[in-house]
Design a protein around this ligand. Sequence first.
Ligand SMILES: [Zn+2]
Length: 199
Amino acid sequence: MILFIKSVFLFSVGMFLLVNPVTTAADQIKITPKDLVAPLSSKLKYPLTKNESISCGRWGNKSQDYPYFGAPRDRNTRNHAGVDIYPQEGVGAPVKALADGTIIKIAPFYTRANGEVTYGVLVNHGDFVVNYAELKRPDIKVAAVIKQGQKIGVISGTKQLHFELYTKGTTDWLRWYGKQPDNLIDPTDMLLTLFSKNR
Ligand SMILES: [Zn+2]
């Protein structure tokens, strides 16, 4: 009986997948950075890519603090869902919207060892969704409509913008355990293009 229920369940899941193919981040249309602006104006203090951040010497072997997408966190039990972008300006550097959009969530994101609470600001940009995180408490409100280049907050004491990119329709940020979540996109290429203008 249990086996029968199991088979019916698996069959139903199979049919569901056939009718509704799962769209993974990789299948999504590539986001063209052409019409976007970089989220920070200043030049970057450290590199963004895996290879460059490892070879730059800022972080030690087996560090749980590398800035690149997918880097190990929490003693290798979790992966870094974003890219950490360190502007030369440091604390207080303004963070700007890549494109027009609507604020869909503002919430505490990460609390530093010294007790400082940093915030995430989730913005629906239409074709994609961005979490601009590790900001000081922003002045902006949920549901606010924002323009491209508008300041949505400033860099906190972590001296970095933690930047997460999601597929269209995403309504919340996530923590990455196990396989890469289907709605989470690697923003590295997009960011390299955007920041190539700041170098
Ligand atoms: Zn980060």
